[in-house]
Design a protein around this ligand. Structure first.
Ligand SMILES: Cc1cc2nc3c(=O)[nH]c(=O)nc-3n(C[C@H](O)[C@H](O)[C@H](O)COP(=O)(O)O)c2cc1C
Length: 171
């Protein structure tokens, strides 16, 4: 299996982390992977907020019911996008950047978990307030990062019944 394919298949959402800091170089690499994602019209309108202050992590956890794993993690990166600069494709571009970041984290031996933010209006507003984001900068997701304290075998995901040739229903 190629290196890239290995990361794609073996990356898992990690929700238990070791009490061990992640270096700035590693965080920089993960953010670099975000910046290198494909972007419609090459807008590249991402912004990244690295959060490693426990007080701020706790504030974010208080407004996000599915971010509990951040309690153990040394940091998270809030991936934001400028909806004014990129009104048409900011969601698509953000998703591409998020996946790149998860794969980069895996490549560095780190665990990660993509936690949705932008779809829930109260959550989005609360993140904007806590992080001092201007209104046009939308917090898309919190990417929790840390050394993994759990591992999982890849599930079987390929479903031949959902693959078609030329027309839906033709296998
Ligand atoms: C858009 C999106 C939002 C997600 N939000 C959360 C979340 O808020 N909390 C969480 O623990 N996991 C979240 N996840 C992770 C999924 O639960 C996870 O990807 C899924 O269970 C499949 O597991 P895997 O990532 O290990 O393949 C999210 C994933 C995506 C793509």
């Amino acid at each position: 299996m190629s290196h890239v394919m290995d990361a794609i298949v073996h990356r898992r959402s990690i929700r238990s982390y070791l009490d061990k800091p992640v270096s700035k170089e590693m965080i920089d690499q993960i953010i670099k992977a975000g910046f290198y994602a494909p972007s419609a019209l090459e807008c590249c309108s991402w912004h990244f907020v690295v959060v490693d202050d426990r007080k701020v992590i706790n504030q974010l956890m208080e407004v996000h019911p599915y971010l509990q794993m951040a309690a153990e993690a040394p940091c998270l990166i809030v991936l934001c996008n400028d909806s004014e600069e990129n009104p048409r494709y900011w969601i698509d571009d953000s998703a591409a950047a998020a996946q790149n970041m998860l794969l980069a984290a895996y490549d560095l031996g780190l665990g990660s978990c993509w936690c949705a933010v932008h779809k829930t209006p109260e959550r989005r507003t609360a993140f904007q307030q806590i992080l001092n984001l201007p209104e046009h900068l939308i917090p898309f997701a919190a990417i929790v990062i840390g050394y993994p304290n759990e591992s999982f075998d890849p599930p079987e995901r390929v479903d031949q019944n959902r693959i078609y040739h030329n027309h839906y229903g033709q296998h």
